[in-house]
Design a binder for this molecule. Structure first.
Ligand code: HEC
Length: 152
């Protein structure tokens, strides 16, 4: 009985050790895949709103509310894949990300602010104000891409 308990405790300790390790040693290749996937998702949910803001798609308040709530979460999780361990991999991320970290951080905060504003305005239900806030979010995406993403 006692022995069983001890081995259970060891198994538990090992299990925790292994999952802890997996978290801290995520492969750089995985980090890149994930950050690109998160970017792709941000565009998936912003794109229809962008088209609405340009009157290229009928305005639909329900889609706006849903997608804005997704964007608010996505933009919180978008950055952790920009880890120095990924520096030497071939991606579309420019070296300026590593040489100008404060500027890169400011570009993230620019987007976070624009999304927070869109969240606020979208609750008010003023269509013109929502469209303008969508445009500001799109501008924040582009501003960072201009400085930190390689042109395709
Ligand atoms: C703070 C900088 C920054 C902001 C803000 C930003 N991006 Fe990006 N984005 C990047 C970088 C850097 C890459 C290239 C990543 C790579 O190749 O690993 C990228 C890549 C992408 C890609 C291509 C993904 C792929 O599969 O290669 C899309 C799509 C994208 N971003 C959409 C968006 C959208 C939409 C927003 C705004 C809601 C946004 N991004 C905001 C920096 C940013």
């Amino acid at each position: 009985m006692k022995l069983k308990l001890v081995s259970a405790a060891i198994a538990l300790a090992l299990g925790v050790g292994i999952s802890g390790m997996a978290l801290s040693q995520e492969k750089p290749e995985s980090l890149v895949k994930q950050r690109q996937a998160k970017m792709t998702l941000q565009w998936k949910y912003l794109k229809p709103l962008y088209l609405m803001s340009r009157d290229r798609m009928p305005y639909d308040a329900k889609t706006v509310a849903q997608n804005v709530s997704y964007l608010a979460v996505l933009d919180e999780m978008a950055w952790d894949g920009f880890d120095p361990s990924t520096k030497d991999l071939k991606t579309h991320a420019l070296p300026a990300i590593w040489s100008e970290p404060a500027k890169f951080k400011a570009a993230q905060e620019h987007l976070e602010k624009a999304v927070a504003q869109l969240v606020k305005v979208s609750k008010g239900g003023n269509e013109a104000a929502v469209k303008s806030a969508i445009g500001d979010v799109n501008d924040a995406c582009n501003a960072c891409h201009k400085d930190f993403r390689e042109k395709e």
